[in-house]
Write a protein that binds this ligand. Structure first.
Ligand SMILES: [Zn+2]
Length: 169
């Protein structure tokens, strides 16, 4: 089922999240619906607050065939994530967000990160990410702290494009 995506300035995008403690069928179903919602909107990451749930998880997936292998991220559910290392080296890249349709802007972020999280079974895992995968994970992690990418991008540095159509609330 495709869920509506909450759009700025909905206060849920700024609300604190609560930790995930139940690793059952309901959580699996929710993340499956989030994946369908993300694909429908041509996104590569989606955090729970963006579908109206103030819980501590996000998903990411970028598996395009012609992508650089470093950029790729297989479908992953990051539950109760924590970024435990950030590289001193940073990169700048134009970001966009399904909750801020049509807006783009350059954001400087660490090039590589290490992220710890739990999977759908509650098992603790760790991943080293770089390239686009590291960027998506940091953008989505920010959502769980109530931070939007536009917080880093003053008006005069933003650019605009036509956003894809998808259900919004
Ligand atoms: Zn976003």
């Amino acid at each position: 089922m495709i869920l509506p995506i909450y759009i700025e300035p909905n206060p849920i995008l700024r609300s604190p999240v609560t930790p995930v403690t139940e690793f059952g069928d309901a959580l699996a179903k929710l993340t499956t619906e989030m994946r369908e919602t993300m694909h429908n909107a041509d996104g590569i990451g989606l955090a729970a607050p963006q579908i109206g749930q103030s819980i501590n998880l996000f998903i990411a997936e970028f598996d395009s065939q012609d992508a650089d292998p470093d950029d790729k991220i297989p479908f992953t559910v990051f539950i109760n994530p924590e970024i435990t290392w950030r590289s001193p080296q940073k990169t700048i890249f134009d970001e966009a967000c399904l909750s801020i349709p049509g807006v783009m802007g350059p954001v400087k972020r660490p090039k590589k990160i290490v992220i710890r999280y739990q999977d759908l079974s509650g098992v603790k895992r760790e991943k080293s990410l770089e390239g686009l995968a590291a960027r998506v994970a940091q953008h989505e992690f920010d959502h769980l702290k109530g931070v939007l990418f536009t917080d880093y991008v003053p008006e005069e540095r933003r650019s605009y494009r036509k956003a894809p159509e998808y259900p919004r609330i």
